[in-house]
Design a protein around this ligand. Structure first.
Ligand SMILES: [Zn+2]
Length: 120
C-alpha cells in the first residue's frame, strides 16, 4: 500500500482547513441564533413556546458541529504527526475516495461499518 505523498497531505490539509472555517462560521451563526442576539425584543409575547423550541433545535445542531470540529482538529494533528490517512482500528490506509468525501475520517470504511453495527 502506498503512503500519501506530501502533495496529497497538503491537499487534505487545505480541505480540512476549509471545512474548519466553514464549521466555525456555522457555529458562530448558530450561537448567535441560540442566544437570540438577532431576535427582536418582545414586549408582550404570547408565543414563547415556539421560540424555545427553535432555541433547542439550534443547540442540537451546535453540538453536532462541535463534534465535527473536534474531528477536523484531530485530523490536522494527524497530518502534523504523520499518522494521517491510516485507519485507527486496523492501521490500514484509508481509501482516497473516502478521504475526499470525509477528510476527517479516522476509520476505513470496513471498520466504520463494524462500528455502526455495534462491533463483534
Ligand atoms: Zn480499518
Amino acid at each position: 500500500m502506498k503512503k500519501l505523498s506530501a502533495k496529497d497531505l497538503e491537499d487534505y490539509k487545505a480541505r480540512l482547513e476549509a471545512l474548519l472555517a466553514m464549521l466555525s462560521g456555522d457555529i458562530d451563526k448558530l450561537e448567535e441564533e441560540a442566544l437570540g442576539e438577532h431576535s427582536q425584543p418582545q414586549e408582550s409575547s404570547t408565543e414563547g413556546g415556539a421560540d424555545s423550541y427553535f432555541q433547542e433545535f439550534s443547540l442540537q445542531l451546535l453540538e453536532r458541529d462541535e463534534n465535527t470540529v473536534r474531528e477536523v482538529l484531530a485530523a490536522l494533528e494527524r497530518i502534523q504527526n504523520g499518522s494521517y490517512g491510516m485507519c485507527e482500528a486496523c492501521e490500514q490506509p484509508i481509501l482516497k475516495e473516502r478521504l475526499k468525501m470525509m477528510p476527517h475520517a479516522r476509520n476505513c470504511i470496513a471498520c466504520q461499518r463494524k462500528e455502526e453495527e455495534g462491533g463483534s
